[in-house]
Structure formats: structure tokens, C-alpha cells
Design a protein around this ligand. Structure first.
Ligand SMILES: NC(=O)c1ccc[n+]([C@@H]2O[C@H](COP(=O)([O-])OP(=O)(O)OC[C@H]3O[C@@H](n4cnc5c(N)ncnc54)[C@H](OP(=O)(O)O)[C@@H]3O)[C@@H](O)[C@H]2O)c1
Length: 324
């Protein structure tokens, strides 16, 4: 595999996890100094080129099975990296949460199929979220609507801050009757994720694209809330150590609640809680790519659960699921 964007905060965690698991990989990015240091530390080859450099992609993807793109914001890198994957016939993965990137991947479905490769955007958060949606949908007859509430515990790196702006700038997107619609205002909604009712804001995290792909359920709304730091904790960027917030926040868990409504009005709720911070993204991305490296993939645009089903969540460490 080639890991592009390997020297960012999340990239560095991912390459160490890939090395720990004994995967066969090389690293790439645009800044030589950082790449050379990381490559020496891990004893792997490295490639320096910008995302617009087709010759760089050609040389570095030669003999590879998969590309894992971790260079975000993905609005600046995903189109070039997806096009290179299609051209040089390697499976494509990224860890974006930018909804427009999922739509971009969806738009390249036919090209990916023609190339015989899988385009799987969202191998981070969505490796938990999307299988959980499929799991919950199986608990009602004729599912017609999904609502999700994601409570994130942690901070943000600079790459994530830039990506968050892209998510917010995408607007208030929901899926209604099978179509994505932009609405002008959305009241906050109270969900109880085990800490009593709390207000969440509408935010398109990408389920409007990915969970529609994996379930075909026509109505989807997604809500988000940042967990407040524990007392004495700090908020903001770069407040991390080895993927976790540096403070007492590490005792908190990120939580995803999924509600699926059936045609008869029955509602099933399932919740997953994970470690806080970026650790779940790191282990998820490496797990998902390793499945493809071992020959398990579906060609064309895929979400984590359309490719690997609800069972994917059971492969991820330290994820607890509660049905109620
Ligand atoms: N959904 C999830 O589960 C999840 C979780 C964690 C992170 N993420 C996303 O992953 C991305 C990376 O996060 P991070 O924590 O690693 O951020 P970061 O520490 O700020 O690193 C960003 C990385 O991307 C590279 N990069 C940025 N723009 C580039 C461009 N135009 N061309 C080539 N390389 C470029 C940077 O290269 P230089 O070092 O050369 O500047 C750096 O290696 C962000 O978009 C973030 O939102 C998603």
C-alpha cells in the first residue's frame, strides 16, 4: 500500500499502526524533510511529490494494491488521488468526513468499476458509524428513516479544523425521499446518549451519502455535538498525545447513536461508544485497508458497510454496542 499524507498527525499514527501490524507499505507526501525522517524511523521507502504530479503518482503506485490518502483537507487532495487510483488501478481509501468528498467518490463509480478498483472514502469514523447504521436497520421491518447523533470527545488537529470548515460550508444537508436536499434552518434536537437529554445540531457528516449507499433508506438526518472537556481539561487544537486528548478527557468516550424508524412507526436504537480522540480512526483505517490488501473488496464506489457489512464493526477494537 502507499500511504499519502503520512507525516501529518493522523498519518504518523497510522503508519506506526500499519508497521505494528506488519503491513507492507511505502509512504508519500509533499514535504521531503518530514518524509525522510519518518521513512528512516520506520525503514520504509518514501516518495515526495505534490498531489497534482501525475508522474509522482505513477512511480509511487507502481506495484501497489491500495492507496490510503490521509492528506487533508481532502478538498485539496482527494480528486487528484482518486483519479490517480483509477488511472493506475489501485484501490482508493481515505479517512475524510467531508460530505462533498463522498459525493465526489460516488460520481466516479463508473470509472472505478471500469478500472476494477474499489473507491472507499470514509474509512475513519465511518468504519464504526456506517456498520452501526446497517446493524440498527436490520432491527426494524421496512426501515424508512435514519437519524444519527454523534458526540465527539477529543480535540482537532489543523487538518481537521480545515476539514470541519468544509463540512460546515457544505450547508444543512439531509436526505429526503432518496434525494439530498439543502435546508435553510434546522432546530437543535435532544438525544439521550446515556448522559440525559442533550441538544445536538444538524450537521451532514456523510451518512447522507454513505449510509444511503449501504442501506438505501430514503430519509437521513445527522446530528453532532462536541463533548465539553472534563474539569481541568483544555480545548482546542494539538491538545493530543498518541491520538488521545492530553487531559482527563481520556476517561470520556465518543458515542454514536443511531435511530432507525420502520414503515409501521417502530423505532430501533443502537449506540456505539469508542475511545476518544483519533485512535479509532487510526485502527479503523488500517483494518479496512488490510481487508482489501487481503483480497476482500467490491469494485466501484463503496461505503465501509456496503463493502464489508455490519460485521466490520466487530473487527474493530474497543467498540461497545448497545441496543435499546
Ligand atoms: N473522519 C475521521 O475519522 C478523521 C479522523 C482524523 C483525521 N481526519 C482527517 O484527516 C485529515 C488529516 O488529519 P491530520 O490530523 O493528519 O492533520 P494534520 O496533522 O494537519 O496533517 C495534514 C497532512 O496533510 C498534508 N496535506 C495537507 N494539504 C495537502 C496538500 N494540498 N497536498 C499534499 N499534502 C497535504 C500535510 O502535509 P504537510 O505536512 O506537507 O503540510 C500533512 O501531512 C484531516 O482532513 C482530518 O479532518 C479524519
Amino acid at each position: 500500500m502507499l500511504i499519502y499524507g503520512a507525516t501529518g498527525y493522523t498519518g504518523t499514527l497510522i503508519v506506526h499502526e500499519a508497521a505494528r501490524r506488519g503491513l507492507d507499505f511505502e509512504i508519500a507526501g509533499r514535504t521531503e524533510e518530514k518524509l525522510a525522517a519518518l521513512a528512516t524511523e520506520l525503514n520504509v521507502p518514501y516518495h515526495v511529490f505534490s498531489v497534482d504530479d501525475l508522474a509522482g503518482w505513477k512511480k509511487s503506485l507502481l506495484g501497489k494494491t491500495a492507496l490510503l490518502n490521509i492528506a487533508g483537507p481532502f478538498s485539496e487532495t482527494a480528486n487528484q488521488a482518486m483519479e490517480a487510483s483509477i488511472k493506475f488501478k489501485v484501490h482508493y481509501f481515505d479517512i475524510t468526513a467531508e460530505v462533498d468528498i463522498y459525493r465526489l467518490a460516488e460520481s466516479k463509480d463508473a470509472a472505478a468499476k471500469a478500472a476494477g478498483i474499489m473507491l472507499l472514502s470514509g474509512a475513519g469514523l465511518f468504519a464504526t458509524y456506517d456498520p452501526l447504521v446497517v446493524h440498527t436497520a436490520k432491527r426494524v421491518k421496512n426501515p424508512v428513516a435514519i437519524r444519527t447523533a454523534f458526540k465527539y470527545s477529543g480535540g482537532f488537529t489543523p487538518g481537521s479544523v480545515a476539514s470541519s470548515s468544509n463540512i460546515i460550508n457544505a450547508g444543512l444537508l439531509v436526505r429526503k425521499n432518496g434525494e439530498i436536499k439543502k435546508i435553510t434552518e434546522a432546530p437543535s434536537v435532544a438525544f439521550d446518549l446515556g448522559d440525559g437529554p442533550e441538544e445536538f445540531s444538524l450537521m451532514p457528516l456523510g451518512g447522507v451519502v454513505l449510509s444511503f449507499k449501504s442501506t438505501g433508506i430514503p430519509d437521513i438526518e445527522e446530528y453532532f455535538k462536541m463533548a465539553l472537556p472534563a474539569e481541568g481539561g483544555e480545548e482546542g487544537t494539538l491538545n493530543f498525545q498518541a491520538g488521545h486528548p492530553k487531559t482527563e478527557l481520556t476517561t470520556q468516550r465518543s458515542k454514536i447513536l443511531v435511530e432507525v424508524t420502520g414503515a409501521d412507526g417502530t423505532v430501533a436504537r443502537s449506540m456505539a461508544d469508542t475511545l476518544d480522540g483519533y485512535v479509532p480512526t487510526v485502527t479503523s483505517a488500517v483494518e479496512v485497508v488490510s481487508l482489501a490488501l487481503n483480497g476482500s473488496y467490491k469494485i466501484g464506489f463503496q461505503s465501509p458497510a456496503s463493502a464489508y457489512g455490519a460485521a466490520l464493526i466487530t473487527l474493530l477494537p474497543d467498540v461497545n454496542i448497545t441496543d435499546f
